[in-house]
Design a protein around this ligand. Structure first.
Ligand code: TEU
Length: 597
């Protein structure tokens, strides 16, 4: 029960910490603080390819299966390169494709320099990279180095004896010192991040599952191994890394009881390690800075107060990070992602994205996303997946993502308006997070029905169902049995049927990407929020070099008015999701419209 409570409190605190502007700054900041450095230099408007890019994320397991085993693979992606090119996107981020026993679908890596056998071979990888580069597409890989798999050779050695040379590659706590101070685990059935290992009478640390032991970054050998591995992929030609839970890599290795200021807030504590920025600067020096590549942190636990410490150019660390504040909105406090029955507040939503825009107004650079492999489908979560609103709301959200001053990270399938599958039974879920949280609820006597009800909206597998290519069996994803069920709406929501329809979500996405790429104002232009207390409409302008663009987005399923102070009848309409965009400030349900002066 205690663990469950801690899990609840901690998860809630993660959401809450993301909301707190003035949370405790990272411990042991270096002498030259980011704030001082910030005043001396501005990099916010320096033009870079990765600021102008539209990033498209592919979950390889679910994209396209070429050999009928029910699991997507690299040859499958290769067979769809022309489709990817046709979207107009620039960069493809692939979730992990390395050797892995798949406890967490590739986020548990057993060989960093090999390709997962279900996904293909190194030759397939080389062919994929070549095919992408031939089409002018860049490839960003996932870097998962907070932890490895327990099946990695390093861990096998490490756990074999206390004096093995690899012992210090991981965090061990000898049992004769008693139980270590509690640490919360994301995926453990008891939410306990310490696992007792009989062989050496010690506990090892795993912030995620028991099969994902945390690497010990204090060991210089670990850092060298990681930087070497990064160079290996860069030398092959990859164009960057998305860095999994990178704010967690540095720990206070005395493992004290949770300091009072972090009570109930493990995520913020995990993201405030003493040497995070030293490690990132070393990573920049030893690997990133040697290549023309991009880097983006999964900015878990990072707030607007410390974001620039990661991404201001003069810090020489990373290029971008993505925050959790937006996607954490609208959950009930003290819950495992139980959505508030009242829905989310658009005013809060606008405040969050405006605050994050302001964080990078003169330094650093932002990112924007509403979906990824850890999130439900954006149309279900932030729009409306009822048949009459699915397309309109999906296009409206696409308009938002592609008109903000931040690099868009767009999740495969959202261009089709894919929606949550909404499983009823726990057996249908494959994801370790949902399965283990369910167990945790069950063993502690919670209402599992309520949990399952919430999972229909929030569970990660909703965003991982197979990509919908056409209306044939299994949506054209596989000729075998798909590893995760295909959404029944694939008979109408799929590439083949949307391809030929000029008004489809797919073609709207293509048009929207083109519009962004052809209008630097949509990339670099200053962002100003209008009518900020309007509960229904998100309205903002973007301005650059005398050009002004106004974006109006109705987030509701009813008509709504907006006061922009602009005479829309004098503006040129650039794009809208209704045949003729409104010109009088009265927006139809889920209407999106872009105007220019
Ligand atoms: O995600 C980090 C993370 O904390 C997620 O577990 C997230 O908070 C959760 O899904 C919200 O419900 C990264 C990866 O993106 C994720 O897929 C991995 O499972 C995790 O790290 C461990 O590597």
């Amino acid at each position: 029960m205690r663990n469950l409570l801690l899990a609840f409190v901690s998860f809630a605190a993660m959401l809450c910490s993301a909301m707190c502007q003035n949370s405790t700054p990272a411990m042991n900041q270096p002498a030259t603080s980011a704030a001082t450095a910030r005043d001396a230099n501005t990099d916010g408007n320096a033009r870079k390819w990765w600021k102008e890019a539209v990033v498209y994320q592919i979950y390889p397991r679910s994209f396209k299966d070429s050999d009928g085993d029910g699991i997507g693979d690299l040859k499958g992606i290769i067979s769809k390169l022309d489709y990817l090119k046709s979207l107009g996107i620039d960069v493809i981020w692939l979730n992990p494709i390395y050797g892995s026993p798949n406890d967490d679908n590739g986020y548990d890596i057993s060989d960093y320099q090999a390709i997962m056998k279900e996904f293909g071979t190194m030759q397939d990888f080389d062919d994929l990279l070549k095919g992408m580069h031939a089409r002018g597409l860049k490839l960003v890989m996932d870097l998962v180095v907070n932890h490895s798999s327990d099946e990695h050779e390093w861990f096998k050695q490490s756990r074999s004896s206390r004096d093995n040379p690899y012992r210090n590659y991981y965090h061990w706590w000898p049992a004769e010192k008693g139980k270590p101070a509690h640490r919360w685990s994301f995926f453990d059935v008891n939410a306990d991040a310490w696992k007792f290992d009989e062989k050496t009478n010690s506990y090892y640390l795993h912030y995620f599952s028991q099969k994902q032991p945390d690497l010990n970054w204090e060991n210089p050998k670990v850092r060298e191994e990681v930087f070497f591995m990064m160079r290996f992929w860069f030398d092959k030609g990859v164009d960057g890394f998305r860095m999994d839970v990178i704010p967690f890599i540095s720990k206070d290795t005395s493992f004290p009881p949770l300091p009072a200021e972090y009570h109930g807030d493990y995520i913020r504590y995990y993201a405030s390690g003493p040497y995070t920025h030293d490690y990132l600067r070393a990573m920049n020096k030893e690997a990133l800075s040697k290549y023309d590549v991009m880097s983006v942190a999964e900015g878990i636990g990072v707030t607007t107060a410390d974001a620039l410490d990661y991404v201001a150019a003069d810090r020489h660390e990373l290029n971008m990070l993505y925050h959790f504040e937006g996607v954490s909105l609208g959950y009930l406090p003290n819950s495992h992602k139980i959505p508030d029955p009242k829905g989310y507040s658009l005013v809060e939503f606008k405040n969050i994205y405006s605050k994050w825009d302001a964080a990078f107004a003169s330094k650093g650079w932002g990112t924007i996303y509403l979906g990824n492999h850890d999130q439900p489908r954006m149309t279900t979560r932030w729009g409306n997946d009822a048949p009459q609103w699915r397309e309109l709301s999906s296009k409206m959200l696409t308009t938002f993502l592609l008109t903000m001053r931040a690099t868009p990270y767009y999740y495969a399938g959202d261009e089709l308006g894919m929606t949550n599958i909404k499983f009823d039974r726990i057996e249908d879920y494959q994801d370790i997070e949902t399965r283990n949280w369910y167990q945790l609820e069950k063993t502690s006597g919670q209402d599992v029905q309520k949990f399952l009800e919430a999972a229909r909206i929030t569970a990660r597998d909703n965003g991982r169902t197979p990509f919908q290519w056409d209306r044939t069996t299994n949506a054209g994803f596989t000729t075998g049995k798909p590893w995760l069920k295909v959404n029944p709406n694939s008979t109408s929501v799929n590439v083949a049927s949307e391809e030929g329809d000029p008004n489809s979500c797919l073609n709207y996405f293509r048009t929207m990407v083109r519009l962004r790429k052809n209008n630097p104002v949509l990339i670099y232009g200053k962002y100003t929020l209008l009518d900020k207390d309007n509960p229904d409409v998100y309205a903002y302008t973007r301005e650059l070099d005398g050009k002004k663009v106004l974006v109006l987005l109705n987030f509701k399923d009813k008509s709504a008015s907006v006061a922009t102070g602009h005479d829309l009848s004098k503006a040129k309409t650039l794009l809208g999701n209704y045949p003729a965009p409104s010109t009088n400030g009265k927006l139809r349900p889920y209407e999106a419209a872009i105007y220019e002066w």
